[in-house]
Design a protein around this ligand. Sequence first.
Ligand SMILES: [Zn+2]
Length: 87
Amino acid sequence: MSEKRKYKKRYCKYCEAKVDYMDYKDVGSLRFSLSERYKIMPRRLTGNCKKHQDMIEVAIKRARAAALIPYTVTRKAVVAAPFENLK
Ligand SMILES: [Zn+2]
C-alpha cells in the first residue's frame, strides 16, 4: 500500500543535474524549490539534499534582493505557474 504524495520520489534534482554552483540569476532552476507563492520549499517536500538546499536558500534570497523573485505575493497575484510570464 503506497501513500499518495504530492512529491512522489525523493531525490535531489540538483544532484542529478550535477549543479556545483547555484546562480541567483538562473530563476529557471530556482523555481523547482519555490512554491506557487514564491516561498522556499522545505527539503522534506522537494527531496533536495542539504548541500543544495543551502545553496538554493542563499540564491533565492539574493534573487529576492535583486527583485528577480517577489518577496510576497498577494492573493490575487497567485497563479498556478508563476514563471510562465517571465520567459
Ligand atoms: Zn543535491
